[in-house]
Write a protein that binds this ligand. Structure first.
Ligand SMILES: O=C(O)CCC(=O)C(=O)O
Length: 286
């Protein structure tokens, strides 16, 4: 466990930029030790190792290290102390509470992600290479059985990240387009969505999330984002916190996803997300 944490300032201009553009890139919020902790935690997940006896609500199994396919662990904080330290850290919770304009923040779910490096000569039309792409999507597609769309994803870079290693791209202002329940994440042809948007008269402002290791991007649940292949020879590693306001509640008319099962068999509209499956990051428990 790393102790010396960074505290960052979130200014009124940062909040205004998030509201206007649908995302914000933070200053560095992890120490170098924490970055190393996160990288080692992902290596352990790849080996199928877990801290503690739980398998997590998604079973953590070893990954084929030769494969160039994208590796994602949803719910990694359940089994990895390293991931838990980062995604549940107060600096993330406090910054998110300011950006979201709420007094408290809880974890919805986290992810650890490894996008393997394909190398500069990769054939990006091949299936395995395309498997590293995230199609343009809104995160609200996955959590619309929460009774608010004021939800925020914090994507934390564990190395310098830009378009060369498959960094995220966001469509600035797209959170104002409204929610489209038809998920587009599987569509790995990133240009197809652009053609669709332009045909609809939407303004296409495609911005790269360029970050140094330890910086994070915060994006609204309605902001379209996606990413292309990693054409370096190093993996792109990140941990991600998908966050909800403290007090957010279940709504039964959202579209099902596996997270709903964590609310148990007798959940009703209006039941609040709480401990232990949706822990509070901010304010820190006394
Ligand atoms: O890692 C990426 O490129 C995209 C991840 C993503 O879609 C998210 O964190 O919401």
């Amino acid at each position: 466990m790393t102790t010396a944490a960074i505290d960052i300032e979130v200014t009124a201009d940062d909040i205004a930029a998030y509201r206007d553009r649908g995302y914000w890139i933070s200053p560095k919020l992890l120490t170098d030790d924490q970055i190393a902790t996160g990288r080692e935690a992902i290596a352990k997940l790849q080996r199928g190792e877990r801290d503690g006896e739980s398998y997590g609500w998604q079973r953590i199994a070893p990954r084929d290290m030769e494969s160039k396919a994208l590796q994602q662990w949803v719910g990694a904080w359940w089994v990895s102390l390293g991931v838990r330290e980062l995604v549940l850290s107060p600096v993330v919770g406090k910054a998110a509470s300011k950006i979201m304009g709420v007094s408290g923040v809880r974890m919805w779910h986290d992810q650890a992600i490894c996008k393997p490096g394909l190398g500069a000569d990769a054939d990006v039309t091949a299936d395995e290479a395309k498997a590293g792409n995230f199609g343009w999507h809104q995160d609200y597609s996955y959590w619309n059985y929460v009774d608010t769309d004021n939800l925020c994803t914090v994507w934390i870079a564990l190395q310098d990240t830009d378009l060369s290693n498959g960094g995220m791209r966001t469509l600035a202002g797209s959170h104002k387009w409204g929610f489209d329940p038809k998920s587009t994440i599987q569509s790995q042809d990133l240009d197809a969505f652009k053609r669709d948007c332009e045909a609809m008269g939407r303004e296409w402002i495609d911005e790269p999330c360029i970050m140094k290791a330890g910086q994070a991007s915060f994006h609204h649940s309605l902001t379209y984002h996606g990413s292309g292949p990693n054409l370096t020879d190093q993996p792109r590693l990140s941990v991600v916190a998908h966050l909800i306001p403290d007090g957010a509640a279940y709504r039964a008319d959202g579209s099902w996803n596996q997270m709903t099962t964590l609310m148990g068999p007798h959940v009703k509209t209006g039941d609040k997300y709480g401990d232990p499956f949706f822990p509070r990051l901010w304010p820190v428990e006394a």
